[in-house]
Write a protein that binds this ligand. Structure first.
Ligand SMILES: *[C@@H]1O[C@H](CO)[C@@H](O)[C@H](O)[C@H]1NC(C)=O
Ligand SMILES: *[C@@H]1O[C@H](CO)[C@@H](O)[C@H](O)[C@H]1NC(C)=O
Ligand SMILES: *[C@@H]1O[C@H](CO)[C@@H](O)[C@H](O)[C@H]1NC(C)=O
Length: 335
């Protein structure tokens, strides 16, 4: 949820747009008779964070790195609108349920993504929990590895101030001066839909338009959400060590912070009763808690390189890396 800090990348600038759009042309069809024998890297979808847009240079640089590490990777940038400024506004305003549904439709109807046996995904900040929403609600094509950086998986307890020059952000935050639980705010203001204050847990359960649902915190649990999370091969949760933008920063690891008390995911009911399939995923070695040095979204190129090398690439190569224990028919489930 960086507003001023979004994607402060420690990368060198470059002209990257042309190459990114050229992938679609050079990409080989992914679905062959046996996708297990295909050397083509799985496509990677990226969902950016609050205050950013899909065409931003920093985001494109990340896409370039993905392709540099696994040449020939199709990189798709999730967007809510074709214009960069409208896409940016949609990070503040909109109904997240509808936004996730749009991402689902766009991915499922994309000429290349829709033919892939699986995709990999990177979620920056709020884009991380939205991509988890994609996995739980749609997962067509299914995600193999979901990597989230500084995401608010267990919500936020405070909203960040905006820079004075950012009127879109200020207009959004002005709405919050009212009641965060009102249906006007919950249907229109994006950060409110992952606002989760343990001191107001009852209101959260009743009114949260997004997070309480995708975290399966209500009495009726959605079994499909759990099944879909269990289909992931990896869920990699990066927390920024010095994050002061996201409150609390431990939300990146699904930790519960109530006042000064921090409860790790493995000590929570969400895990012990396995509302989301996270315990099951953990048992097969797929749940990874990682830290990244620095403030929110201060991404370091070496860390990105290592992460992409570890979790992305062709279906079969990655399986070798992942070692034994993965079902051979991982992608033959309900696609
Ligand atoms: C958000 O959109 C969904 C789907 O259109 C709708 O069912 C839901 O009521 C909306 N949320 C609010 C708080 O209006
Ligand atoms: C958080 O702490 C408050 C105050 O101590 C307490 O009333 C509330 O029940 C706690 N919430 C949760 C979800 O543990
Ligand atoms: C990251 O990988 C790219 C592509 O291989 C390489 O050019 C770059 O030097 C790497 N960066 C670091 C910091 O290792």
């Amino acid at each position: 949820m960086a507003i001023h800090n979004q994607l402060k990348l420690l990368l060198t600038a470059g002209s990257l747009f042309a190459a990114t759009f050229a992938y679609a042309v050079v990409q080989q069809p992914l679905r062959e008779d046996d996708p297990e024998d295909d050397d083509t890297p799985l496509p990677v979808v990226i969902w950016h964070g609050l205050g950013d847009n899909y065409a931003a240079e920093g985001l494109r640089e990340v896409g370039e790195l993905v392709d540099a590490i696994n040449p020939g990777t199709l990189v798709y940038y999730i967007r809510m609108a074709d214009s960069a400024s409208s896409d940016r506004s949609a990070t503040f305003f909109g109904n997240v349920t509808e936004q996730v549904a749009k991402a689902c439709e766009d991915i499922a109807s994309h000429p290349i993504l829709s033919t892939a046996p699986a995709i990999d995904a990177i979620g920056f900040s709020q884009g991380g929990q939205f991509l988890r929403g994609y996995v739980e609600r749609c997962n067509n094509p299914p995600v193999r590895s979901l990597i989230t950086f500084g995401s608010q998986h267990n919500g936020i307890t405070a909203f960040r101030d905006c820079p004075t020059s950012d009127w879109v952000c200020r207009a959004a935050m002005a709405l919050l001066k009212g009641n965060a639980w009102s249906s006007v705010v919950q249907s229109r203001l994006v950060p409110a839909q992952y606002y989760r204050d343990p001191a107001q847990y009852e209101q959260y359960l009743e009114y949260s338009n997004f997070l309480a649902d995708i975290n399966n915190e209500r009495v009726l649990k959605n079994q499909q959400y759990k099944k879909n999370i269990m289909k992931l091969e990896n869920l990699v949760l990066y927390m920024f060590e010095e994050d002061t933008t996201v409150v609390p920063k431990e939300t990146a690891w699904f930790e519960e912070v109530n006042g000064t008390e921090i409860t790790p995911l493995r000590a929570r009911k969400l895990y012990s009763e396995d509302w989301l399939g996270l315990r099951e995923l953990d048992r097969k070695g797929g749940l990874k808690f990682r830290t990244a040095p620095g403030e929110h979204m201060q991404l370091q190129e070496a860390l990105l390189n290592d992460t992409f090398a570890e979790f992305f690439g062709p279906l079969k190569l990655n399986k070798k890396k992942a070692g034994a224990g993965q079902p051979a028919n991982l992608w033959s489930g309900d696609l």
